[in-house]
Ligand binder design. Structure first.
Ligand code: ADP
Length: 265
């Protein structure tokens, strides 16, 4: 690859010699492309709901108000699209705060049963509507080192996806345990699954396997990037295994609780 050399003179001036810093130009170009793609993606994602809102508002002004049934349908679309806009803006802000490390995480011992239960309560209604069996199997004493609110968000994003990408009558299960001294939580679903060529990319911002379907389902394409950032800020990680039409398993790994003897001194 091309390399670029920058000569750096020590600021103090009295230190002899200089250091050469080599930057990989291909890496710089790559970062620039990532930034441009991001701006393009954000603009596109914002433009879609804005166009719908403006279009329907203009149609209403143009006379559609005269037909109450048609008008009601349009107002409903305007409402849903504006909700989508705020969801998008919230996710973008959360991601940008995480990336600039502005989010202050309060790392402590967190009960994984508690955060899983809270997250499951949020999606339970949606699961019931699709007759999806939602089961939790997390030992009550399973604890991890992490930020409670952040972990709840992680579980919520994973469960929300699991329910979203699982057809009627399916199954979503959360299983917690310990492995090699780490706290491990699996989120299984019996849903549509993900082809292997997409697996490595689903944690990228705005990457969606099926753009149209995911957008219709109300996704922003940012959920998994937020999950990945939150976990890495807590010293954790996430992995995924999936088979198309059979389902997916997202597994999170977190530092386990340190025994109190080890923290003393
Ligand atoms: P979205 O808001 O679109 O759901 P995410 O960042 O949460 O965005 O996920 C990125 C993409 O990964 C989704 O659009 C979907 O294609 C895929 N995906 C995520 N979770 C699942 C799952 N449990 N089953 C199948 N596909 C999934």
């Amino acid at each position: 690859p091309l390399t670029l050399a920058i000569r750096v003179t020590p600021l103090g001036g009295d230190l002899p010699g200089s250091a050469a810093v080599f930057h990989d130009v291909t890496e710089l170009r790559h970062l620039e492309k990532v930034r441009k793609d991001f701006v393009a993606n954000v603009s596109h994602e914002l433009r879609t709901p804005i166009t719908a809102i403006r279009g329907y508002a203009e149609t209403l002004q143009g006379g559609a108000l005269g037909d109450p049934q048609v008008a009601a349908r349009m107002v409903d679309i305007i409402h849903r699209q504006s909700e989508r806009l705020s969801e998008l803006v919230e996710d973008l802000l959360e991601l940008s705060r995480l990336e600039s490390r502005e989010v202050k995480l309060r790392v402590q011992d967190v009960s994984m049963a508690l955060v899983s239960t809270r997250a499951a309560e949020v999606v339970r209604h949606k699961a019931q509507g699709k007759r999806i069996a939602l089961e939790l199997n997390v030992p009550p004493d399973l604890q991890a080192r992490g930020d409670e609110r952040g972990l709840e968000q992680v579980l919520l994003n994973l469960l929300d996806n699991a329910v979203k990408y699982t057809p009627e009558g399916g199954r979503v299960t959360v299983v917690g345990g310990q492995e090699d001294g780490r706290c491990v939580v699996h989120v299984h679903d019996s849903g549509v699954g993900i082809e292997s060529r997409h697996l490595a990319r689903i944690f990228e911002r705005f990457y969606r396997v099926d753009k149209g379907r995911s957008r219709d389902m109300g996704g922003t394409g940012l959920g998994l990037s937020i999950v990945k950032h939150l976990l890495s800020a807590m010293g954790g990680e996430i992995r995924v295994e999936s088979q198309p039409n059979e389902g997916s398993t997202f597994t999170i790994f977190l530092p386990a609780t340190v025994p109190s003897e080890a923290t003393a001194g």
